[in-house]
Structures are given as C-alpha cells and as structure tokens.
Write a protein that binds this ligand. Structure first.
Ligand SMILES: *Cc1c(COP(=O)(O)O)cnc(C)c1O
Length: 395
C-alpha cells in the first residue's frame, strides 16, 4: 500500500530535485516545493471521495506530504466557513462577496494550517527542537502545536509584537524571547544559533511544509464552491505562504482535472503602506523585492520587510493577472469595525487592509461589480488588543 504521493522536493529557484523523507530546509537560500504524483492521485481517487471524510484540512490527505500511516499533530483544524456577505458587498458595489473566516482555527489564525502540517512533518522526521521568528500569530501557533507534539519550541519576536501574541508562547510552554528589532532580526538569531543549539528553523518558507498546510485554504475554497473558483481573491501578504500556497493548490487541482473551469482567479496581494516590499517590486516590474526600510504597521502579520519567497509571491500574482496593492494604515481601524459590524465576523487588521485595497480597486474600476470576490479573514480581531481601543461610554 502506498503511504504518500510525494515524488520529490524541488528548488523553487532552479528546479534542483531533492529526495523526500529527509530533513530539508532551503536550497541556495531559496524555498523548496513539494511535488506529487498527480497522475497517480487522479487514477486512485476522484474529487467526490472527500465528501465522506471529516470536515478538516486533513481530508485532503493524498495532496499532503504526511504519510497516511502517521497521525497528524492536530488540535482539530476544522473547515472554516465561507460566508456570503451581502451587506458588505453593497458597500463596495459588488454582486458577490464572500469572507473565508480563518479566525475559527486553533490559536485564532490561519497559521494553524501551516503549523499542524510543519510540526507533524518535523515530528515524523525525528526533529526535537523547533525555532522561529514571528511577527505575531506564527509563534503562538508553533508553540501550541509543539506542545501538542511534545517538542520544544524557541520563539523570537520583536518587542512591540501584539501583547496577546507575546502571551501565547509563554502559555504553551515555549522558550520565548523579545528582540529589539524586526522579524528579520529575529530570523537572524534563529539562523545563527540553530547549528549550535540544535534547532530546526521553522521560519516561513525556510522549511517546505508550512506551505503545504496553507495550500489547504485553496483546496477547501474550491470544494466549498463546488469546484469553481471566484474571479478575485484578496489576500493579506506578509511572508507570502498563504498566497503562494493557494496558487499551488489551484495549479494542482487544475492538473488533476478537478476544477469545472480552467479560469483562474486574479490574486490581489494586499500589504500595508507601512510595509509594502512586494507592492514596490510589483510596481517596478521586478521579480525580487528589496528590503522595505523602517517597516511599521498595526497589521503585525504584514510586518515582513523581506521575504525569501518574494519571487514566488510575485510570480503567482503575475501569472494570475492579479495585482499587488498597498492599503492605508489610517483605514485599518475603520475597516475592522465597519466590516465586523456589517458581518458579525471578527475582522483582523490584516484583513482590514484588504478591504481598503478593495475599496481603492473598486474606485479605480479595476474590479468589476459583476465578479465574485473572496476576501480571507486570516485571524481573529480579539488577538489585537492594541488595535481595538474600547471607547464605551459609562452608564
Ligand atoms: C501571518 C499572517 C498574515 C500573513 O500571512 P503570510 O502567509 O505570511 O503572507 C496575514 N494575516 C495574519 C492574521 C497573519 O497572522
């Protein structure tokens, strides 16, 4: 019996192949793709098979790297709702607007998808100590899954990381440290100390499997829409795994012949004007992004001034005929409250940025009113106390 469909790993930069089943990080400082025997998958299952399985990202097991005879390190990653938001759609003059609400996932953000996958793989590969830099939610999710797996986690975060994100690693028993710098400074500590400390670097895209977990957002979205895809997807972009993973999911589904139409959605990569390296590179027509100086944004998940997967993000955006656009920092609180009060969904600052981008693109006539639009709510507003000053009057 076959226990997985992975054929090999492959450098996203130059295509160099690597064998599966060994510990890998990057190749020439650039990420690796996981490649599957898609023909083998399409011969052995049809897309209907998923319906009878649990409503969890783990139902797409054939398209994931963890061998079938290994139990995932799981906290119950249930399907997230795809909510039709007709009131909010009116605000933008759109016929169809959905929010895929990732705030329901363990630890309150879509980072759970990547971490359940990466920690499961790390455990299977015999890794004992994980380390990562975090802008916020990644550290909490990694700590929770490491606790679940009985592995040690070392987490490094900027001193001004949202306070809830600082509490999470502490709560889950990780070794957590504050660093006077940005996420790339935290990344440097991990990179430099990992060999002597025996840490495995779990940074975004520096290991191959967080991406595979985040890919399930795209698989789930397709299945929820009966194997159709929307016209436009707005996605808040930091390190880029969400956007890249989703694009990989759509390519794999297309190759499997499981999509009803070969028309791909336009991917809109949304960043804050306070940290917009991908938007800058997109505007300049470049494939690699330069470090964004003095990065600063309330949408902490987007405070990533330099991303190792920059070319993968930019390739996906361009291949999809999409755009990379910066949202305005002073509209974050407005859109959090506006969108949340019209939908009942706990909108995070990163997604508020996407709504500002949506309003800009609608005004500029770059998104048509008749198309279907999906916006991802990547985390729960409750995790951002600093962005939510309660101004309740006293009775
Ligand atoms: C990490 C994060 C992002 C950015 O995601 P990437 O996949 O790293 O681009 C967006 N929103 C939230 C809430 C996050 O935690």
């Amino acid at each position: 019996m076959r226990t997985h469909y992975v054929t090999h790993l492959e450098s996203a930069w130059d295509g160099t192949p690597f064998p599966f089943g060994q510990i890998h990080s990057m190749h020439t400082g650039r990420p690796l793709w996981v490649r599957y025997d898609l023909e083998g998958i399409s011969r052995s299952i049809s897309r209907e098979v998923f319906r009878s399985r649990s409503q969890s990202m783990w139902r797409y097991r054939e398209l994931l790297p963890l061998p079938f005879d290994v139990s995932p390190v799981s906290l119950g990653e249930m399907w997230t709702p795809l909510l039709d938001c007709s009131e909010l759609a009116k605000e933008f003059g759109l016929n169809q607007l959905w929010i895929k609400d990732e705030s329901h996932l363990p630890t309150g953000s879509f980072k759970a998808r990547g971490m359940t996958m990466a920690v499961s793989m790390a455990k299977w590969l015999g890794i004992k100590k994980l380390a990562l830099p975090t802008a916020g939610n990644a550290g909490g999710a990694a700590s929770a899954y490491a606790a679940r797996a009985g592995l040690q986690a070392y987490v490094f975060m900027p001193t001004d990381t949202p306070v809830v994100n600082q509490m999470e690693p502490y709560l889950f028993g990780a070794h957590a440290f504050r660093v006077n710098g940005l996420i790339n400074d935290c990344g440097k500590i991990v990179r430099e100390q990992a060999p002597t400390e025996g840490w495995f670097d779990l940074s975004t895209l520096k290991e191959p499997y967080r991406l595979e977990g985040k890919k399930t957002m795209g698989l789930e979205l397709a299945e929820q829409l009966d194997w159709n895809l929307p016209d436009v997807i707005l996605y808040p972009t930091g390190g880029g795994t969400g956007l890249i993973g989703m694009w990989k999911a759509f390519q794999e589904l297309k190759a499997l012949g499981w999509l009803n139409s070969s028309k791909m959605p336009r991917l809109i990569s949304c960043q804050s004007e306070g940290c917009a390296p991908i938007v800058r590179a997109f505007e300049k027509g470049e494939r690699l992004a330069e470090l964004f100086p003095n990065a600063n944004t309330m949408a902490s998940g987007l405070r990533v001034p330099v991303a190792v997967g920059d070319f993968m993000i930019l390739d996906a955006v361009r291949q999809s005929h999409g755009l990379a656009v910066a949202g305005r920092e002073d509209r974050i609180r407005f859109w959090m409250r506006r969108a949340a009060s019209q939908t009942g969904i706990s909108i995070c600052p990163e997604t508020a940025i996407c709504f500002d981008v949506l309003s800009q693109l609608r005004e500029a006539g770059k998104i048509s009113s008749t198309g279907s639009v999906v916006d991802f709510n990547t985390g729960a507003a409750q995790k951002y106390l600093e962005a939510l000053p309660a101004e309740l009057p006293s009775w």
